[in-house]
Design a protein around this ligand. Structure first.
Ligand code: ATP
Ligand code: MG
Length: 269
């Protein structure tokens, strides 16, 4: 579904992404991990067309989309969520999700102005589908109320529901577990698997190693824009370069042990 080949993105002198290659197949969950500033979000921004890569290729289901506009990439079936949650607080919960349906819902202006039966039918379809996705993500709370009145963890669900309402083939999740409590993280793990089971390819940026190691088919590790590892969770957690990247060079023994726990201790019991 997604092929990233030798991707490079430079901001002036800084190479935010430097020769990154990875693939995500249909029905697969691939995580991109690495320390703060490693270039993870920048790589996603290249995939969605928000940034124009300086070099390399990005293909979606075989189509070369390198440097193409975000609207085209969305139309080809890519949806995402953001590291800094983007939910419209002054809109209702349901309308936030309905906003996602506009990618495929072809409303004609004339129909909308005249409130024709056709318009009402498609609007009803959008509402039904949005409610279905809110059920799917397990939203608790009032759907008619303003999104800003929901607790943080629930707003995260709304954002995922909106992305799903776009009917994506590929879903990019940027730190979906950030700010969630233990129970919410467990529910997120289950949700990510259920999304995968729909046949949607998932690329996940995440700092929570427990979640990453549990849910991922493969893990790509970035450090200073460069790919330092790519493999199964088991392969990656045993990789000394990965432990070092999470730690830096001048660590003492105790810190090395702590980083090993962070990366390796996430093993399923
Ligand atoms: N618009 C920009 N202009 C200039 N530099 C940028 C821009 N966006 C990102 N960078 C730089 O690119 C590098 C990678 O940033 P990026 O946000 O991709 O990291 P990240 O891996 O997502 O980190 P985090 O885990 O903290 O979210 C950083 O050095 C950052 O300062
Ligand atoms: Mg980031």
């Amino acid at each position: 579904m997604l092929e990233v080949e030798d991707l490079t993105l430079a901001f002036g002198g800084v190479r935010a992404v430097d020769g990154l290659s990875f693939r995500v197949e249909k029905g697969e969950i691939v995580s991109v991990i690495g320390p703060n500033g490693a270039g993870k979000t920048s790589a996603f921004n290249c995939v969605t067309g928000f940034y124009k890569p300086t070099g390399g290729r990005i293909r979606l289901a075989g189509n070369d989309v390198t440097g193409r506009r975000p609207s085209l990439i969305t139309a080809l079936g890519v949806a995402r969520t953001f590291q800094n949650l983007r939910v419209f607080g002054e809109m209702s919960v349901l309308d936030n999700v309905r906003a996602g349906t506009h990618v495929w819902l072809k409303q004609r202006v004339a129909d909308a102005l005249l409130h024709t039966p056709r318009y009402r039918r498609t609007e009803r379809e959008a509402t039904e589908e949005s409610n279905k996705w809110l059920d799917f993500v397990g939203l608790r709370g009032d759907r008619a109320g303003l999104a800003r009145n929901l607790p943080y963890g629930e707003r995260r669900r709304v954002e995922i529901a909106r992305a799903l309402a776009r009917r994506p083939q590929l879903l990019l999740l940027d730190e979906p577990a950030a700010g969630l409590n233990h129970g919410e993280k467990a529910e997120l793990l289950d949700l990510i698997r259920r999304i995968r089971d729909l046949g949607i390819a998932i690329a996940l940026i995440e700092h929570d190693m427990g979640l990453v190691m549990e849910v991922s088919d493969r893990v790509v590790v970035l450090n200073f824009g460069k790919e330092i590892a790519d493999g199964t969770p088991d392969e990656v957690r045993g990789d000394p370069a990965v432990v070092e990247a999470y730690l830096g060079r001048d660590a003492d023994e105790e810190e090395v042990e702590a980083a090993r726990e962070e990366v390796g201790g996430a093993r399923a019991e």
